[in-house]
Design a protein. Structure first.
Length: 488
């Protein structure tokens, strides 16, 4: 048995690399294996100490310290919310000119439609604030804070279906398996709070039957696993399995972790697997979270005036409003990246009714978050983003009636807004054509938005890299540029 164990444990590639001299052949082989085993690179060319941030200093002075990303999953219709197009109402029911579509790619849901009837919004628009920005009647609370917003109307993406489009926004690739934005930031610049994860995820929904969300959207991909997002839930146990079982004291738990660390260090010295250190880091974080999480989640110290600011749903754990209030509390505690996913925006039919449900669920709380951060002085160094994975078509999917219509996916142009650290206030960027179908001016690609987000955090998107399977990866792949016109 001893000889079999020797063969089993001491003849692995990692053992070979750890026990042999690091000659040219070993280094060449290492480039084909896990780069974390032998890499001594720092400063962005490769992984450094997995227990700490890669960048010992930002590439340039950061404008933002943290991000709150209000992701509206399903694709909100920009034509009902921010992109005012009177021509669509004038042409309501008429055929969309083929010259506007230009034979562009359609989803399987409308590819075989014989007719593409223009669908004008049923909702009124008006100008608001000193900036005179157009906002729909569906967003009265957002309309009151437009002078704090930087609205981008010319976003475009390559993905036309939900899963690849959401994955593209969150990881920079349409294929699952890459690190998410929050994971890149945790890996690159770490956290200012050692008792809470650098990357926290919150989920909510306003309607049933919408597109699912998958954990790879907040995963760490090929980065060390301690950088993945940690999902917080509403209710008694915000983090699953965080509480100690009955009969286990904090002292006992501490002794157990100390013993486990000693065993893991011995194993790491033998096989040199960096994921062992990642596991130890996660165990220690969970121990510290046992004291920090209940404090962060307990809203009893919030004044009624603040809870009321977010709306009646703020008192219901797990709702978008409650998650926005929780996001502000996490921002106060210097969590680096807070992601709220809100489901329900996929309106292929019954749009006039369903979009009212969605806007009611998010409008007051989104505006309240911006106002609450501002009154606490946190908006100066917190970046807030609001938007989905793509927009909606200007024509109706299926039959158009007086009271009902739907809109298909539209990656060609859509709208998002940002607020806070480093971005212009009361500013509208980009423009679509009069049909709201194509970008007419100042296009912003998904990779451009990602590069700009990293820039605001002091990170050069071309230098935050990780070597994996012989290639250096980054969030923006080989694309993207910082949209400097958005910066204050």
């Amino acid at each position: 048995m001893r000889e079999l164990d020797d063969v089993k444990f001491n003849s692995t590639r990692r053992h070979f690399l750890s026990k042999t001299s690091l000659g040219i052949g070993a280094l060449g082989l290492a480039s084909l294996l896990d780069s974390r085993l032998l890499s001594g690179e720092t400063g962005g060319a490769g992984p450094a100490d997995s227990a700490g941030p890669l960048l010992r200093a930002p590439h340039f002075v950061p404008r933002a310290k943290r991000v709150i990303y209000l992701f509206q999953s399903g694709g909100p219709s920009q034509l009902e919310l921010f992109d005012h197009k009177p021509l669509l109402r004038q042409m309501n029911g008429q055929e969309l000119p083929a010259s506007i579509r230009m034979g562009q790619r359609l989803t399987g849901m409308t590819a075989f439609q014989r007719s593409f009837p223009v669908a004008g919004s049923q909702f009124e628009f008006a100008r608001h604030g000193k900036s005179g920005m157009w906002v729909s009647e569906l967003l009265p609370h957002t309309a009151r804070i437009v002078d704090e917003l930087c609205v981008i109307k010319s976003l475009h993406t390559e993905a036309i279906n939900h899963d690849p489009a959401v994955t593209f926004f969150q990881t920079g690739s349409q294929q699952a398996g890459r690190p998410s934005i929050g994971a890149w930031l945790s890996y690159g610049i770490g956290s200012d709070n050692s008792n809470l994860p650098a990357f926290i995820v919150l989920l909510s929904r306003a309607r049933e039957g919408d597109q699912p969300l998958y954990s790879w959207l907040w995963g760490s991909g090929f980065l060390p696993s301690q950088h993945q997002g940690v999902q917080f839930r509403g209710g008694k146990d915000p983090v699953l399995y965080l509480s100690d079982p009955k009969g286990i004291s904090r002292t006992t738990r501490r002794r157990m972790l100390d013993t486990l660390r000693s065993l893991e260090e011995h194993e790491h010295a033998r096989v040199m697997d960096p994921e062992i250190n990642a596991r130890v880091s996660q165990y220690e974080m969970a121990f510290r979270m046992q004291a920090a999480v209940p404090d962060a989640m307990d809203l009893h110290d919030e004044p009624d005036s603040i809870v009321d600011l977010y709306g009646p749903d703020a008192r219901k754990p797990g709702t978008f409003a409650a998650n926005c209030l929780l996001a502000r509390r996490l921002a106060e505690r210097n969590v680096r990246f807070i992601q709220i996913y809100h489901q329900g925006w996929d309106q292929h039919g019954n749009l006039p009714k369903d979009i009212q449900i969605m806007t009611k669920s998010v409008d007051q709380a989104s505006a309240a978050l911006v106002l609450d951060l501002k009154q606490r002085g946190l908006l100066d160094d917190t970046l807030v983003l609001w938007g989905g994975e793509f927009g909606r078509t200007n024509y109706s999917q299926g039959k158009l009636t007086k009271d009902d219509y739907g809109r298909d996916h539209h990656p060609r142009c859509f709208t998002m807004w940002m607020a806070g650290a480093g971005v212009k206030k009361g500013f509208s960027y980009g423009e679509t054509d009069e049909f709201g179908y194509n970008v007419a001016r100042d296009p912003v690609h998904v990779h451009d938005l990602q590069a700009t987000l990293l820039h605001l955090l002091g990170v050069d998107h071309e230098k935050l890299l990780f070597k994996h399977q012989g290639r250096r990866y980054r969030l923006t792949d080989v694309h993207g540029h910082v949209v400097k016109d958005l910066l204050a």
